[in-house]
Design a protein around this ligand. Structure first.
Ligand SMILES: [Zn+2]
Ligand SMILES: [Zn+2]
Length: 447
């Protein structure tokens, strides 16, 4: 057993200046009480903190503002607990919904500088408080409770694994994606770690909006009832991956990322039936063009709305999907996304597939060049203006048209979100759901 850790969440990063307000009394680096509006500025290797009247409160390479202890209150959290507000926090960084808003937080506020004239505003908070906010930001309170609990465990597992990795940093080198060589582009993407804090507050890590998004009773309960629980395999905290919909069979780790076998991320059938073996192109085609019974094969719109609140209703056909391009259109997309001119596009040939039929190596044949591309995310990126739903597809040529028939949404490794929500709606428990997707792994309470 360990203690509940605190997590340092980067709210704003690489800013020359940050403005905000302390709602209550705080101490700055252990000294005198401060409250009200403030500004923080980076100057060389220091951070300078000013009050409302622009008087300097303190300067240091790192400034920690901690809510002052109120001797008249007991240990219990009260409504009058000091909070702080940060102005103009960017939400949806780099996405089309990017906007700025004011956000309020509980816990400590820390300023650190990278030494390049910019600073980061960091919220240090107890892990379970952080999780309550994350689950409230990412999940609809209307989703089935066992699904919310499974997600709370997933988020906690991801975070603790990231904290452990950060602590171990220096003792091992993270797996690097290989660089392109010759006529082959095989790459994958993983999160890079942050330097000044543990996790950021955007979708890059997990979306976190402080107490701005008030937690609902359901999401709060999901976190409280799973307090300290993670998914572990032989005492090791799991690398708990998840995606939207597997398409009926989940995928192996190495189809999407590095060349290694992760036992608890083995491929499973996402349903009560037995899965077919997919070894040949004929078998892949038969699987993708069929509509097998599977947990994620659902058209239950009311359930989907509850688990995918942000996704527009257009995206209903994720279990099996079709997209057609004219040859010219696909040539244009390929040129733009890959940066290579293929000339006249002739053929798209799958060279290697994983157990869910997702392609990890794809050969693209053009009049000017032929190339092999992988892994699954890069393939999806090259063949669509945004991203193909998945790399589990078969291509049919009709004179000057290429038609992609596909299965599933996302990399398909680990937990299938839509499948998990359907299982929860059918009465499976959180433990059963997690054991279904993470073979041989067990939930374990670590604090
Ligand atoms: Zn991040
Ligand atoms: Zn599934």
């Amino acid at each position: 057993m360990r203690n509940e850790p605190r997590v340092a969440v980067g709210i704003m990063d690489r800013r020359p200046e940050v403005f905000g307000r302390l709602n209550g009394s705080f101490s700055a680096n252990g000294s005198g009480p401060v409250s009200g509006p403030f500004s923080a500025k980076a100057e060389g290797k220091r951070v300078l903190l000013f009050d409302e009247a622009n008087r300097e409160i303190c300067r240091s390479s790192s400034i920690k503002l901690r809510p002052s202890e109120d001797p008249t209150h007991s240990q219990a959290r009260t409504v009058s607990e000091p909070t702080f507000t940060l102005f103009h926090v960017t939400v949806g960084n780099r996405f089309h919904w990017e906007k700025a808003e004011d956000q309020t937080f509980r816990g400590d506020l820390i300023f650190r500088t990278a030494g390049d004239g910019t600073l980061a505003a960091i919220n240090e908070i107890l892990l379970e408080d952080y999780l309550t906010s994350v689950i409230s930001s990412e999940m609809s309170p209307l989703a089935p409770q066992e699904f919310l609990k499974a997600h709370a465990i997933l988020s906690r597992t991801w975070l603790l694994a990231a904290l452990d990795r950060k602590r171990a940093k220096g003792s091992f080198l993270p797996e690097k994606e290989p660089s392109p060589k010759g006529e082959e582009v095989i790459r994958w993407y993983d999160r890079e770690d942050h330097d000044l804090f543990d996790v950021c507050s955007d979708d890059h890590c997990q979306r976190y909006q402080g107490i701005t998004k008030i937690a609902t009773k359901q999401t709060e309960e999901a976190v409280r009832e799973t307090r300290g629980k993670v998914i572990a395999y032989k005492d090791e905290i799991c690398d708990a991956r998840y995606s939207k919909a597997c398409g009926g069979i989940t995928e192996c780790f190495d189809t999407a990322w590095g060349e290694r076998q992760v036992p608890y991320l083995a491929s499973i059938t996402d349903g009560p039936g037995l899965r077919p073996l997919i070894k040949t192109e004929g078998e892949a085609s038969a699987w993708i063009l069929s509509e097998p019974e599977a947990y994620c094969n659902t058209k239950d719109e009311r359930l989907l709305e509850k688990i995918l609140p942000d996704v527009d209703r257009e995206t209903k056909n994720f279990f099996r999907w079709t997209i057609g391009y004219s040859r010219k259109e696909l040539e244009e997309i390929l040129g733009e996304k890959s940066g290579y001119d293929f000339g006249t596009l002739k053929e798209v040939i799958p060279l290697r597939r994983g157990p869910s039929a997702r392609i990890s190596r794809l050969k693209i044949v053009g009049s000017k060049r032929s190339m092999v591309v992988g892994k699954e995310l890069e393939i999806r990126r090259w063949l669509s203006r945004s991203h193909l739903y998945s790399s589990a597809f078969v291509v049919k040529r009709e004179t000057d048209r290429f038609i992609f028939y596909g299965a599933g949404w996302g990399h398909g490794v680990g937990l299938c979100q839509i499948g998990a929500a359907v299982m929860a709606a059918r009465g499976f428990t959180t433990e059963q759901i997690l054991a279904h997707y993470f073979s041989g792994a067990k939930t374990k309470k670590i604090y």
